[in-house]
Design a protein around this ligand. Structure first.
Ligand SMILES: [Zn+2]
Length: 501
């Protein structure tokens, strides 16, 4: 945390200096920055530059001025003088300032300090399309360069839903081609509404996340575009957004982060669903032990793969897993389900996620769907909220399940060993309970070993939570009731015995 904060301060001082710094301070003051993404910790020092004097941000709750023009400007990379901010431009996911260097007369677009722009602010020369990328970031720079080079005039389909009169408009742009980034930006909407209930939040969101927009947002603008096209640049969309925002003399832009912040998120407010009730673990285990596997076909639980699949997927550098690898995952999931069913005969084992429902026993609840819409995705999330355990390969698809399920087991492929924690939304709880409830295993774990881990979670959770809760000693109560602890423990053990017998 200390390192992240220091690095983020250094990073934000690069271009937007005091705007970014004040913004960060507001987030820190509000307790929002506990989980800052670690990626920027490796930002090279040459990213740092002089700090121009800039006006403070507009809002008190992590907002900056957007319309009629953002505050101050970054430094011209040729002339090393602060540029003039002349306006703003939003051709899709990108939130940009229109900048002019008075010395060399070059015109630029510059990322505003929201989303990845908070960590990797880039400059684009409008005449040449050249991107100035002092942080050396890859994906964020290539999206800018490629989208500008292939920009289109046609506007994306935008559905506008205004829920009430708007007096103090604040726009939050949650567009992003990466599901996890879009989701975590959208989650910031809750933080803004908590920090400043007086603002009228307009949430710009991909259609597939529309169902998660907070009910107290003032307006919802949803873009109907496949996720993998959300990085594109549309001048028509920029014109449409400008036309709509120009209805107000001033508009603020809500800060977003592309990673989960440390501030607690209420899963019920986020999804409309109650999380799994831990106090009913034993009772529900007696009725139907419920386990859900979250299926992905682009990132597989391979188990111990056959050499031929490894050869196909890695040595030959195929962009997608081989059909054999997918079939291998099906066999692993089937073996996992069968092994657990031996131990828990009333097991409700389900599979959710994008994919063709096939290859699993009829008793498995197979909710997989290809190109699933909002209804199917809501059904997947609803199932995870009543699951004792959700299992899946590490990825942003695990964010919402982790906020809702009783327990999570993440399978980590070798390429993602440094991403542990990125895909979890977890409630505040004693650290040792957390270690029990949220497990990371390498993705080469066998079905039998994974079944043993899941069985331990199912059979031991209430006792473990009691044992690891940190307040089981209750030393001061012992003189009055010396046998209270043994009674509570015996009750828990007896309950669990009933559930698993
Ligand atoms: Zn210049």
């Amino acid at each position: 945390m200390v390192l992240s904060e220091r690095c983020l301060r250094k990073q934000t001082s690069f271009r937007w200096s005091r705007v970014g710094d004040n913004l960060l301070q507001e987030f820190l003051n509000a307790g929002l920055a506990g989980g800052l993404p670690g990626k920027m910790e490796n930002a090279p020092d040459h990213a740092l530059g002089p700090a121009p004097a800039l006006a403070p941000p507009a809002g008190s709750g992590g907002t900056i001025r957007l319309h009629p023009r953002p505050d101050g400007g970054p430094i011209c990379p040729y002339c090393s003088v602060p540029m003039e901010s002349r306006g703003w431009y939003m051709p899709g996911m990108r939130c940009l300032a229109e900048l002019k260097c008075s010395s060399c007369s070059r015109d630029y677009y510059g990322d505003l300090p929201v989303g990845h722009g908070l960590y990797y602010p880039l400059l684009l020369e409008r005449a040449t399309g050249r991107v100035h990328n002092p942080t050396g970031v890859g994906f964020f720079a290539s999206w800018l360069q490629e989208s500008y080079a292939h920009r289109v005039g046609e506007a994306f389909a935008l559905a506008v839903e205004q829920r009430r009169d708007i007096h103090r408009p604040v726009l939050l742009n949650a567009l992003d081609p990466v599901y996890g980034h879009a989701l975590t930006k959208l989650i910031c909407a809750h933080h803004h509404l908590d920090l400043d209930p007086g603002l009228d939040l307009i949430v710009l969101v991909p259609r597939f996340l529309r169902w998660l927009v907070p009910a107290n947002a003032a307006a919802l603008w949803s873009v109907d575009l496949p996720a993998d096209r959300l990085w594109e640049w549309s001048d028509g969309t920029a014109a449409e957004i400008r036309r709509r925002l120009e209805a107000w003399p001033e508009v603020e832009l809500a800060a977003t982060t592309p990673g989960i912040l440390g501030r607690p998120i209420d899963p019920k407010r986020l999804t409309g669903l109650d999380p799994f009730p831990l106090d009913q673990w034993a009772q529900r285990l007696r009725e139907r032990p419920t386990v859900t596997f979250w299926w992905r076909e682009d990132r597989l639980w391979r188990g111990r793969r056959r050499w031929i699949h490894a050869l196909w997927d890695r040595s030959l550098r195929r962009p997608h897993p081989s059909p054999g690898s997918k079939a291998w995952q099906t066999r692993r999931v089937r073996a996992l389900a069968e092994a657990l069913r031996v131990r828990f005969p009333r097991l409700d084992f389900g599979v959710v996620g994008f994919g063709q429902p096939r290859g699993l026993p009829a008793w498995v609840v197979d909710l997989r769907a290809e190109g699933a819409g909002e209804a199917a995705q809501a059904a997947w999330i609803e199932r995870t909220a009543r699951s004792h355990v959700v299992v899946g390969v590490l990825g942003s698809h695990m964010l919402l399940p982790s906020a809702l399920a009783g327990s999570v087991v993440d399978l980590v492929p070798p390429a993602f060993l440094a991403n542990q924690g990125d895909d979890l939304i977890i409630p505040p709880q004693p650290a040792r309970q957390l270690l029990f409830r949220y497990r990371y295993l390498t993705a080469d774990v066998s079905a039998i070993t994974l079944a043993e881990v899941l069985a331990a979670l199912l059979a031991k959770m209430p006792l473990a939570l009691w044992n690891l809760g940190g307040d089981t000693a209750g030393l001061e109560r012992i003189p009055q009731d010396p046998w209270a602890h043994s009674r509570v423990r015996a009750e828990l053990v007896s309950k669990m015995r009933e559930s698993t017998s």
